[in-house]
Design a protein around this ligand. Structure first.
Ligand code: DGY
Length: 324
């Protein structure tokens, strides 16, 4: 089988693929392909192992009729137009579970960083602004006993809630399409409607899969319904929030702070005004960037490709309907 790997992945996955004797084309990380170049290589391959954010839309599928399967190097699959894959019976695999810890750790890290204005204070030192002790300056907030609201309580959201409960005894509320019985039992999490999530969360953390219906769900109107002490955390997808509205909310005391691992667009521009705010911490989409998670992702992606080559169901398939 001929496989195109869009960017280098950890050896743990590459070795599994090499052992199977596949013909691998690995695009060197530095080499950013144009859409035309990308499609041309996909046309010459049986399977795609996609690392990063290529837009696998209807036009892509139309132009790559020989493609038999796609293994994503991500848990999110918003880069793929699933109906287009389904209509051609192309299985799409992702990398669930293995990045739950790393991504929820990142959400937790951002929450604490915002609560204690840590990025801003780091910048103050660099700028020679440490100054003398000031009992009234740079005060943060403690999170003990506060309410964590999770938007999309799946596997990553569960781990974030677990950490917040263990560390700070936080109360957990959540809004999902369906109830998460495990979280209700294990974490005493309470299902609430979206309006209540906005109104009651001291920290609101987004962990949902992105879909177009949730595009910029967090905007001027919804930020206005949040508490003035609220911290907004997004480690899911940048398209969940409107960046101008977030800036407005942060600079007009509508909400207290924000921590983002995802932005829209990515990369965020160097002169984005959010980067200069004392109450905003931004990371460059490093949620899953640990050795452990990335090795796990490489193995999952390789297992999906291997299953495809053996005419088996991908073990981590997001569109199982293609097998029916
Ligand atoms: C994921 O796995 O979806 C991460 O956001 C990396 O894209």
């Amino acid at each position: 089988m001929n496989i195109f790997i869009t960017k280098n992945i950890p050896e743990a996955g590459l070795l599994l693929l090499q052992e199977k004797g596949f013909n691998l084309t690995v695009n060197p990380t530095e080499n950013v392909l144009s859409r035309e170049e990308f499609i041309k290589i996909c046309q010459e391959n049986d399977a795609l192992l996609n690392v990063g954010s290529s837009n696998l839309d209807e036009a892509f599928f139309e132009q790559c009729p020989n493609l038999k399967g796609i293994a994503l190097f991500s848990v999110g699959y918003d880069s793929v137009h699933i109906p287009s894959a389904n209509s051609r019976k192309i299985p799409v695999g992702n990398t669930p579970e293995v990045l739950n810890r790393a991504t929820s750790d990142t959400a937790f890290l951002l929450m604490q960083s915002v609560a204690r204005k840590s990025f801003y204070n780091h910048k103050r030192i660099i700028n020679g602004e440490w100054g003398t002790f000031n009992a009234l300056a740079n005060l943060g907030q403690e999170l003990y006993g506060k309410t964590l609201g999770i938007f999309g309580l799946g596997r990553i959201g569960f781990e974030m809630a677990q950490k917040c409960k263990a560390a700070f005894g936080m109360n957990i509320i959540y809004h999902n399409r369906s109830h998460n019985e495990n979280a209700e039992k294990e974490l005493d999490a309470q299902y609430v409607d979206f309006e209540t999530l906005l109104a009651q969360s001291d920290v609101l953390s987004v962990h949902s899969n992105y879909t177009e219906e949730n595009n910029e769900l967090f905007n001027k109107e919804t930020f206005a319904k949040m508490k003035p002490n609220a911290i907004f955390i997004n480690t899911a997808r940048g398209k969940f929030h409107n960046e101008d509205d977030l800036y407005y909310a942060l600079t007009n005391d509508i909400i207290w702070g924000a921590g983002l691992d995802v932005t829209n667009p990515e990369p965020m521009k160097q002169d984005n005004p959010l980067l200069s705010l004392p109450n905003c911490c931004v990371l460059p989409h490093i949620g899953s960037a640990t050795y452990e998670a990335r090795n796990g992702m490489a193995v999952c992606a390789a297992q999906n490709i291997i299953a495809l080559s053996e005419n088996r169901k991908m073990p981590f398939c997001v569109n199982e309907e293609v097998y029916s």
